[in-house]
Write a protein that binds this ligand. Structure first.
Ligand SMILES: [Zn+2]
Length: 365
C-alpha cells in the first residue's frame, strides 16, 4: 500500500519544504503520515465543499496549493470556514497536505506551468533566492576520492544550474598524528603520517547539509573526517520567485492580451496602458506578485502577469512595462494539473482526482 508519507516524500523531492517563505505553512496540516492512502484529491484551496468531494470519492488525502491553516488556530469551535473545514477533515479522517510557496519557488513549479500555458521559452527564475546554498570542503585519500564523491553526489550535492556532479579537486599532502585511543585506517599511533590527499570542494543546497555530511562520513575511509561547511551568498538560479521567458514570435500589446485571455481561459484582464512596443519578454508570478515588479523591469520584461494588484500599485508601471492582473484563482488554477503531473509520474496506478469544485471566492458580473 502507498502511505501518505510516500506521497509527501515525492512531493518534497520536487518542492522541498525548506524553500517555502518564512510566513508560509506548507506541509501536512491534518492526518497521520503513516496512514495508507485510499485515493488523492488535488485542489487549489481546501473548503468544506472540497472535503465533501473527498468524502464522496473515498479519498483520505487532499493535496492543495493554499494551506487552509495559515495563521494558526487557537481554538476549533467551527466559528468560521477555516475551523469548519478542518473539523470536517478531522472527523472524516482526511489528511490535508499543502504545497504552497515551496511549489512557487522551484524551477518546475507554479510559474513554469504558467509559462508553459503561454508557450514561453528560455524560462528563468525572475528573482532567485540567496542564502540557500552552502559549500563543503573535505580532504580524501586519493584512492577513495571517486567513491566518496559518488556518495556525496547521491545525497544531492554538486548541482549548478543545468549541470550535476560538479566538484573541484586538487591533490596535496595531508598530515596527522594518531593519538592514544585512535584507530587509524592509515598510520600508527604516536607517529606523524603524511598521505596524498585530495581537497574536494562541492556546492550543495543548504537544507541537504546534514544528509551530505552523513554520506561523506559513511563513505570516507578515515575514523575522523576533516571538512569545512560554509554558507554562500550566491543566488540559487533554480530557486526563487516568479519567472521570465520569451515568446517565440513577438506580438503587439493588444494581440498579446487576446492571446493571454485565450491561453489562460480568462473572462477579464485588468491592465495598465498598452504600450506602443512589441511584446517579447514576459514575466509571470502566480498569485500575489506585485513585489516582483522591480525585478520584472530590471530584467527587461515587456509585460508582467500576476494578480492581487492594488489601485496605487498600477501606477508603478510608469510607462516602462504593462502590468496585467489576471486574478489570483485564474493565475493558479493550473497548479492542480501540475500537482497531478508530479504525482502521476511516480504513482501511475494510483487513484488521483482533480477537484471539480470551483473554489474561487470572486465572481464577475
Ligand atoms: Zn495563491
Amino acid at each position: 500500500m502507498t502511505r501518505i508519507k510516500d506521497i509527501i516524500q515525492h512531493l518534497e523531492s520536487i518542492a522541498p519544504l525548506a524553500y517555502q517563505e518564512s510566513y508560509d505553512n506548507s506541509g501536512l496540516l491534518t492526518g497521520n503520515a503513516k496512514d495508507d492512502v485510499t485515493a488523492v484529491l488535488i485542489s487549489l484551496d481546501v473548503t468544506e465543499q472540497v472535503v465533501e468531494e473527498a468524502i464522496e470519492l473515498g479519498a483520505n488525502l487532499i493535496v492543495a496549493h493554499h494551506p487552509i491553516i495559515f495563521k494558526g488556530l487557537k481554538s476549533l469551535t467551527g466559528k468560521n470556514y477555516v475551523e469548519r473545514t478542518v473539523i470536517k477533515a478531522l472527523k472524516n479522517d482526511i489528511a490535508i497536505y499543502a504545497i504552497h510557496t515551496n511549489l512557487d519557488n522551484v524551477h518546475n513549479g507554479v510559474n513554469k506551468k504558467i509559462c508553459d500555458k503561454l508557450g514561453l521559452v528560455n524560462t528563468k527564475i525572475l528573482a532567485p533566492k540567496s542564502a540557500v546554498l552552502s559549500k563543503l570542503v573535505t580532504f580524501i585519500p586519493v584512492n577513495a576520492v571517486d567513491k566518496v564523491k559518488d556518495a556525496m553526489f547521491n545525497a544531492g550535492s554538486g548541482g549548478i544550474g543545468n549541470y550535476s556532479e560538479c566538484s573541484f579537486t586538487v591533490v596535496g599532502d595531508g598530515e596527522f598524528k594518531p593519538d592514544e585511543g585512535s584507530n587509524p585506517t592509515i598510520g600508527r599511533t604516536g607517529m606523524r603520517e603524511k598521505v596524498a590527499e585530495a581537497r574536494v570542494e562541492i556546492v550543495l543546497p543548504s537544507y541537504l547539509a546534514n544528509a551530505v555530511i552523513n554520506s561523506l562520513k559513511n563513505a570516507h575511509p578515515y575514523e575522523e573526517v576533516a571538512y569545512y561547511l560554509s554558507s554562500l551568498d550566491n543566488k540559487n538560479q533554480q530557486v526563487g520567485s516568479g519567472m521570465i521567458g520569451e515568446l517565440n514570435t513577438q506580438l503587439s500589446g493588444l494581440d498579446f492580451m487576446h492571446y493571454l485571455k485565450d491561453k489562460m481561459a480568462l473572462n477579464v484582464v485588468k491592465h495598465t496602458q498598452i504600450l506602443d512596443k512589441k511584446i517579447k519578454k514576459v514575466a509571470v508570478c502566480g498569485g500575489s506578485g506585485s513585489f516582483l515588479l522591480p525585478a520584472a523591469k530590471s530584467k527587461g520584461a515587456d509585460i508582467f502577469i500576476t494578480s492581487d494588484y492594488k489601485y496605487h500599485e498600477f501606477f508603478d508601471a510608469d510607462g516602462d512595462i504593462i502590468i496585467t492582473d489576471i486574478g489570483h484563482y485564474e493565475s493558479e488554477v493550473y497548479t492542480k494539473d501540475l500537482i497531478y503531473d508530479i504525482l502521476s509520474e511516480k504513482f501511475s496506478k494510483f487513484a488521483l482526482n482533480l477537484s471539480k469544485t470551483v473554489t474561487n471566492p470572486i465572481s464577475y458580473l
